[in-house]
Design a protein around this ligand. Structure first.
Ligand SMILES: O=P(O)(O)OC[C@H]1O[C@H](O[C@H]2O[C@H](CO)[C@@H](O)[C@H](O)[C@H]2O)[C@H](O)[C@@H](O)[C@@H]1O
Length: 521
């Protein structure tokens, strides 16, 4: 389960989208759009180049969700080769213009709304109450012209300090999402900076708008579908319910706020004084730079030399998402401990794997998922299905941008069909893993025990670059030193690390300082 936190020390306001986040009305909109478009496409004489297939759930997500009504009409029909005039607000209902068909959709929506009973999601009020108790102001920010009506009917009109809806946006001439104007207007009315405000959204267009607007935290809400479409649109985190959002002072920071480890070497030395160091290092993107072809990755010479020095004076473990055997062959240094498949496979300095049966029961599902994914993604140029013993990685680094959504949603769909598996995301890779409470963080702690290094005099030092490494960074946050390797791909995401470095080469330079300190250089 993914959870996230809103920090009253950093976040002064929270802007909520309404449909699908606060009120259970996204499905009412989706049904109204379908009624409109299916009838329109069935009645319209077919012209060359037009696609008259029925409106689908994917069309809703891609072309209309979160957008102003007229944009939704024109964007969806445009995707089907049908260019209608924009029209004007005076157009008759049903006229073949953006406004005319938009009005018809609105009639269908209101018809359905009139018979809807419970509109408010049960998890909305507890979160908003908690925000209020912490002095955080709230806004509802919706493209809908029915926003006030829906809130009234849901009994939620009093929940928000500010409302910026489709009616106000029209009055002010604000463009709709994915432009950030409505969010920025709400932040202005709440008297807060975008960077100190949180946006909570369920639509890709809304997430994009919040990202473009420079909002401090963008929380995606995927109550039913997969989280990946919102992550790809730029959400910092995607939860499946508002009950997964807490409000308290937190210690995660933005990458840009984390001090550079080389600059703060003296602080690190202070923290190491008199303690036994254990080094735990991720491989791809951390020791070795990212490459387009995962099979071509090799340990850089500098990293190899420094690890060879370090292993003579302190325990060193490699914690990788790669298959155990794969990462061992790439590192090839005697005396190291290893965790492969994101911690599901473990090995000591000898050749024998350490028994850890956490993922065994998921093996048949991984086999079946591998067969399905290999055949479904075989036609997608650049998609690469990589089986490890306890994980299945689908790489999309070399996939055309237009095919990326398809690849991710295929993995999500197939992953969802196997109860024993869960989905994780990394750098241009989506992976299926055994769905048990085990990750790099748990594996790290388990390895420390196994290595005989678990006392208060031990300081675990972990370095990693990716989302899955955050489990390990979080695990050692209170008793160790966490180092994150920055990358352009991760922008300014949140991290549990204490220090950062620019790239794998800078990490090797930092590790060389550890080697000097330990007296081996
Ligand atoms: O935990 P790690 O050691 O960092 O492994 C995570 C994944 O790393 C590899 O994929 C990543 O690196 C590739 C080579 O540079 C790159 O092409 C890909 O886009 C990255 O996601 C590895 O291939 C995966 O199996 C690991 O899970």
């Amino acid at each position: 389960m993914v959870t996230t936190n809103i920090d009253p020390c950093r976040h002064r306001a929270v802007l909520f989208d309404m449909d699908g986040v606060i009120t259970d009305t996204a499905s009412v909109h989706a049904a109204a759009w379908k009624r409109l478009f299916d009838r329109y496409l069935a009645d319209r004489p077919r012209m060359p180049g037009e696609d008259h297939r029925p409106f689908s759930a994917a069309d809703y997500t891609r072309y209309v969700e979160g957008k102003p009504r007229v944009d939704g009409v024109l964007d969806f029909l445009g995707s089907r080769g049908i260019a209608l005039p924009h029209g004007s607000a005076d157009d008759d209902i049903g006229l073949e213009t953006g406004h005319g068909l938009g009005k018809l959709k609105d009639r269908y929506f209101r018809d359905a709304l009139a018979s809807a009973s419970t509109l408010l999601f049960g998890d909305a009020v507890p979160l908003i109450d908690s925000l209020r108790r912490h002095g955080i102001r709230t806004a509802v920010t919706s493209a809908s012209h029915n926003c006030a009506r829906v809130l009234e009917q849901a009994g939620a009109a009093q929940l928000f300090d500010v409302r910026v809806d489709g009616v106000l946006a029209d009055e002010l001439g604000l463009p709709g999402k994915p432009e950030p104007a409505v969010f920025l207007e709400a932040a202005r009315r709440l008297d807060t900076q975008a960077s100190a405000s949180v946006v909570v959204e369920d639509a890709q267009a809304g997430v994009q708008a919040a990202r473009i607007g420079g909002f401090g935290l963008v929380i995606g809400v995927a109550r039913t579908g997969p989280p990946s479409r919102l992550l790809e649109a730029g959400a910092d985190v995607v939860v499946s319910a508002l009950s997964d959002v807490s409000v308290s002072e937190s210690i995660e920071r933005r990458l840009s706020e984390v001090p550079d480890g080389l600059d703060r070497w003296n602080d690190i030395v202070d923290r190491l004084q008199g303690r036994r160091i254990v080094l735990l290092l991720d491989f791809d993107g951390t020791l070795a730079p990212i490459r387009n072809d995962p099979t071509k990755v090799a340990m850089p010479l500098k990293a190899r030399q420094v690890l060879q020095q370090l292993v003579r004076t302190c325990p060193v473990a490699i914690l990788s998402g790669r298959d155990l055997q794969d990462v061992r062959l790439r590192v090839r240094i005697d005396g190291l401990w290893y965790a492969g498949s994101h911690g599901f496979e473990l090995a000591g300095p000898g050749d024998e794997p350490i028994t850890q049966e956490a993922g065994d029961s998921a093996l048949p599902d991984l086999d079946d998922a591998e067969r399905l994914l290999s055949s479904e993604l075989e036609p997608v140029p650049g998609a690469r299905v990589d089986r490890k013993r306890f994980a299945l990685a689908v790489h999309y680094r070399n996939v055309r941008p237009d095919d990326v959504d398809h690849v991710i949603s295929t993995v999500d769909r197939i992953g969802d069909s196997f109860p024993a598996l869960r989905t994780t995301h990394g750098r241009r890779v989506v992976e299926l893993l055994p769905d048990i409470d085990w990750n790099k963080g748990r594996a790290l702690r388990w390895l420390l025990d196994r290595m005989g290094f678990s006392g208060a005099d031990v300081v675990p030092v972990f370095a990693g670059d990716d989302y899955t490494d955050e489990d390990a960074l979080r695990e050692i946050h209170d008793d160790g030193i966490g180092i994150v390797v920055r990358s352009v791909e991760h922008g300014d995401r949140l991290t549990w690390a204490h220090y950062s470095v620019d790239n794998p080469r800078a990490l090797s330079a930092l590790l060389a300082r550890f080697a000097s300190l330990l007296g081996t250089a």
